[in-house]
Design a protein around this ligand. Structure first.
Ligand code: RIB
Length: 269
């Protein structure tokens, strides 16, 4: 059996990664126990303890946040682990990550290409590495185009829809409001679009919006969401393959995979 712990089981991105893990693991003769840390370090430790007690053969680990200490204790337990999505820099473990920096750069360059100069960025939680890397890509795209970074246009949410709705209202209050927003995940982007439309603005005419993840909902929102697609199912499948290979051969050298993202242009930008 394998354990998997994710920061938010209700977020379709993690559900799609988990589906990839389960599909591959089951085909290899393993069952998967899915745990939700809800982004909370206390819960994360509690579930890791349970998975260790149940003697699972390995764990697919998506960190809740500053989870390095929890991760170290896992390694001391001689339990096999693969890290997905949220990096553990400096630790020699199997990792399945995406190029979040490039994803943020692509999203912002797309908005610049369409003439936007006042581009806001709604980031996820400060301590989450994928979000920080997307913000770096956003800032690099601005610099490449000679656009001065305005700190007032960088705001933070918690990757849930409500925080996108509230952050958009804050950005719309700015005296010189943005004409475009790069949002670091699709759930917040959906909240952003609701707030922008409730303010009587049109998307993309008055406010362009780009998300990140490409969850299934992005193809059905109104307008359809332009977003940076993560290969979520493939991330899960690869993570399961690496974990089973390590369980069956603990002396393998760790592999660090950095998968590519892809900009999917729809109607919101
Ligand atoms: O939607 C949740 C976000 O947190 C995703 O972008 C994923 O990369 C994770 O870090």
């Amino acid at each position: 059996s394998l354990g998997m712990i994710v920061p938010d089981a209700a977020n379709p991105f993690f559900a799609e990664v988990a589906r990839g893990v389960e599909t591959c693991a089951f085909s290899l003769g393993y069952t998967v126990i899915l745990c939700n840390s809800d982004g909370d370090l206390v819960r994360e430790q509690a579930y890791l303890d349970v998975l260790i007690e149940k003697r699972v053969d390995g764990i697919v680990f998506v960190a809740a946040g500053e989870s390095r200490d929890h991760f170290q204790s896992l390694l001391e337990q001689e339990i096999q682990v693969v890290v997905v999505d949220r990096d553990m820099p400096g630790l020699k473990v199997d990792c399945v990550l995406v190029d979040n920096y490039d994803g943020g750069l692509q999203a912002t360059a797309h908005l610049i290409h369409h003439g936007h100069r006042r581009i806001a960025c709604l980031a996820g939680p400060h301590e989450v590495t994928p979000s920080a890397d997307r913000v770096r890509g956003y800032r690099q795209a601005l610099a490449d185009a000679g656009i001065r970074f305005d700190p007032a246009l960088l705001v933070y949410g918690d990757f849930h829809t409500d925080s996108g709705y509230l952050a958009a209202a804050e950005l719309l209050e700015l005296p010189d409001r943005p004409t475009a927003i790069f949002v670091c995940n699709d759930l917040m982007a959906i909240g952003v679009m609701a707030a922008v439309q409730e303010a009587g603005l049109r998307i993309p005419r008055n406010m362009a919006v780009v998300g990140f993840d490409d969850i299934a909902l992005a193809s059905y929102s109104l307008p359809r969401l332009t977003t940076v697609a993560q290969p979520s199912q493939k991330m899960g499948e690869l993570a399961a393959q690496l974990l089973v290979a390590r369980i069956e051969n603990p002396d393998r050298s760790p592999e660090r995979h950095l998968l590519l993202t892809r900009l999917v242009v729809r109607e919101s930008a």
